[in-house]
Design a protein. Structure first.
Length: 239
């Protein structure tokens, strides 16, 4: 098996995985053009990675910083492995919700209702329940290229300690992804804190720093939506 991704293969994968039509000779002529100018975003790159894994048992050998152009993405798959590993990713985000603790706890831990709580999930299917642990599949809304992302996660609640520990079982582009939810009653309401610890696979299209930026942009948006929807529920709940 070749250690390189050819421009012909890359063009075919861009069409199949991300819906972007481009000819190999165009990729060659515009080898230093950023993928974004071809209409391919980071999620599209993830689709290409998944397709390469399925077809060849290997993934695109670059991250967001090293995979900006067709030229850099058709390099040897051994190049990335020789580089020093990135430091693991770590993010912390929180919000205070002006609602009773019981309501905040119940709504945020009702996994099946997450599509009504988060804007990014189209479906949340509970697969198993065992004690305080639930295993479930999350499915996102299609991205701008029509790609649908889905994975299985597990979360264990501890009502006494007001914590939830969650992890991805189907890790996808992650080596691992662990999330700690913490709840604390304050005079202003319930403070909900998310701590995410993760590492990206060496051949993922974004590295730890890139995913850290993505999470830190998205988490405040989702936290604000959750706050607004829980506070709305609190105002309409029967006395």
């Amino acid at each position: 098996m070749s250690s390189e991704v050819t421009l012909e293969e890359l063009a075919a994968l861009m069409k199949k995985a991300a819906g972007v039509t481009v000819e190999p000779h165009d990729l060659e002529a515009r080898a230093d053009t950023p993928f974004a100018e071809f209409g391919l975003d980071s999620l599209g790159l993830l689709g290409i990675v998944g397709e390469l894994e399925n077809r060849h048992g290997r993934a695109l050998p670059t991250d967001a910083e090293r995979c900006k152009t067709p030229a850099t993405s058709s390099t040897s798959s051994t190049a990335r492995s020789r580089q020093e590993p990135d430091m693991a990713g770590h993010t912390e985000n929180e919000i205070t919700i002006a609602a009773p603790l019981d309501l905040v706890w119940d709504m945020t831990n009702d996994v099946e209702s997450w599509p009504q709580l988060f804007s990014e999930y189209a479906d949340a299917e509970v697969l198993t329940r065992e004690g305080d642990t639930v295993t479930f599949r999350l499915t996102m809304h299609p991205d701008e290229n029509g790609k649908v992302w889905s994975w299985v996660s597990e979360r264990t609640t501890d009502r006494e300690k007001l914590t939830v520990r969650a992890r991805r079982i189907e890790t996808g582009p992650f080596e691992y992804m662990n999330i700690l939810w913490e709840y604390e009653e304050t005079p202003a309401g319930v403070r909900m804190h998310w701590t995410q610890d993760f590492a990206m696979k060496p051949d993922a299209p974004v590295d730890d720093a890139g995913m850290t930026d993505i999470i830190n942009r998205n988490s405040p948006v989702q936290l604000a939506l959750i706050r607004d929807r829980i506070e709305q529920a609190a105002t309409t709940a029967p006395a």
